[in-house]
Design a protein around this ligand. Structure first.
Ligand SMILES: [Zn+2]
Length: 232
């Protein structure tokens, strides 16, 4: 069955690389389907690891350059960075994050939004989810009809297991034809990847996508939790 055709897609990720790990194949498929895709990154990605300002700036620019290159590989030109402090997004008022997301939603009018799962171990991921859900309050004439939460290796499965945090996928996208593109995009973040058996390794990404695919009878898939869908 062909995936529902959408017109405008917004991906809201905390860090550059989350978008490829979580939904790189799906992004590429949307682009192939003729959909307009924009990606918004909220955190600067390096702040908690480098205290020296100059070094921080250098690493940050490199990460953003990687993000732009990875997005181009996926076919996306609309890439935005908000540079909230990495792994310290709880130091910002949630309302400030919500307002930024609202600005992009108002400008882009997406009908589909992809973002983090609420149960992730990484607090930026959790706050991103919460801010997206707040920004996507389904008020009259609101553009967003679908909100899908992706899984990010080394965060989604690393959370304390509980019924409240467990990632239970109920939406799958066949990415069999986009596995190579996803791998190429992920290669732009080689510095963020580790050697197998680390959860964030190229092998694990391939294994996970194969597992998600075989769960639904296709060669490779990305899995999501559908947070909301409004049939308009
Ligand atoms: Zn992340």
């Amino acid at each position: 069955m062909k995936m529902r055709r959408t017109n405008k897609v917004l991906v809201v990720a905390a860090h550059a690389d989350d978008e490829v790990l979580g939904c790189g194949g799906t992004i590429s498929r949307h682009v192939d389907d003729g959909d307009q895709v924009a990606i918004l990154f909220l955190a600067d990605g390096e702040g908690s690891r480098f205290d020296v300002t100059e070094q921080h700036e250098k690493e940050n620019s490199f990460r953003e350059l990687s993000a732009r290159t990875a997005s181009k590989v996926l076919g996306v030109n609309d890439v935005f960075f908000e540079r909230f402090p990495d792994n310290r997004m709880d130091s910002i008022d949630l309302l400030d994050v919500v307002k930024k997301i609202e600005y992009y939603i108002e400008s882009i009018s997406p009908d589909t939004v992809y973002t983090h799962h609420y149960g992730d171990l990484n607090l930026d991921h959790r706050l991103t989810h919460q801010a997206v859900m707040t920004a996507c309050r389904p008020q009259p004439n609101f553009s967003v009809s679908s909100i899908l939460c992706f899984e990010v290796q080394s965060s989604t499965e690393w959370q304390t297991p509980s019924q409240n945090t467990y990632f239970i996928p109920n939406w799958f996208v066949n990415i069999t034809n986009y596995v190579k593109t996803k791998h190429k995009a992920l290669s732009q973040y080689a510095n963020e990847m580790h050697k197998f058996p680390h959860a964030r390794s190229f092998e694990t990404v391939e294994c996970l996508n194969k597992w998600r695919g075989s769960s639904v009878g296709v060669d490779a898939a990305e899995a999501f939790f559908l947070a909301r869908h409004i049939l308009k």
